[in-house]
Design a protein around this ligand. Sequence first.
Ligand code: SAH
Length: 285
Amino acid sequence: MKIRRKGKISEGEWVILLDSKRRYLIQVERDKVFHYHKGFVNHNDIIGREEGTLIKSSHGGALFIFRPTFSDYILEMPRGAQIIYPKDVATILIWADIYPGARVLEAGIGSGALTIALLQAVGETGIVISYEIREDFAKRALSNIENFLGKKDNHILRLKNIYEEIEDNNIDRIILDLPEPWKAIDNVIKALRPGGIFLAYTPTIIQAQKTVEALENSKNFTLIETIETLLRPWQIEGLSVRPYHRMVAHTAFLTIARKIVPIKEENISLKGEPSEEIGENLEID
Ligand code: SAH
């Protein structure tokens, strides 16, 4: 089943029922009943409705009907491995410059959250290749991906240890979300095309540091930079206009680098100066 993105809600679809405090993710089935603390709602009253419709429950509760967004879906879908947060997925797509038609390789597949985002970004003309060592994770990921996007024939799964081998080449973008990305750098160099972009997602700065050192020592990369994305939600309610007390303070660091055509000269500095702000040090003639 594939999550539809527009049109009236039909049987079999997943929807979010939203009240003032909570969200419920349900699969709509004819003659089924949804129960919660404010009574019940017949699924038949949801079928054929438009997204954004307000429906009433048996005990006067009010619920909006929406289809889940990509973020809703990845936060709710079955997972085993640590999940990538939507804010990081968003940053990865732009900082790794994932474009329609790109050949993208990722490891590991985890629950498939990033894979869904990559498949959407490369579109029908692109390809996503996922390396994963755990068959059980791969299975769950494939089912998560199919539930959201439907069957994809431009997605390839390789049940392989990426530290040992990458059998693909001429790859445009490589994204690693695994514990020791530096161990894959030699294989990455062979698989990534010159000008291609490498990105590693690592929870700790020690991992980021080891990755940067491996990239630098390989002499195959420039524009090496490490960043993190802090997302701070604000409450805007009457006089209470301030950041929320809680935020997800830390998820991971992203280390990004650009592959070069190997050079012979020994004493050329490969340190590009990554931009603090996009385009800040980009001079246009
Ligand atoms: N990006 C994923 C989460 C990945 S979690 C998501 O969005 O859901 C890390 C995954 O890397 C796990 O599934 C783990 O089994 C896999 N992994 C760890 N070491 C690996 C290796 N050497 N080769 C391939 N996959 C690996």
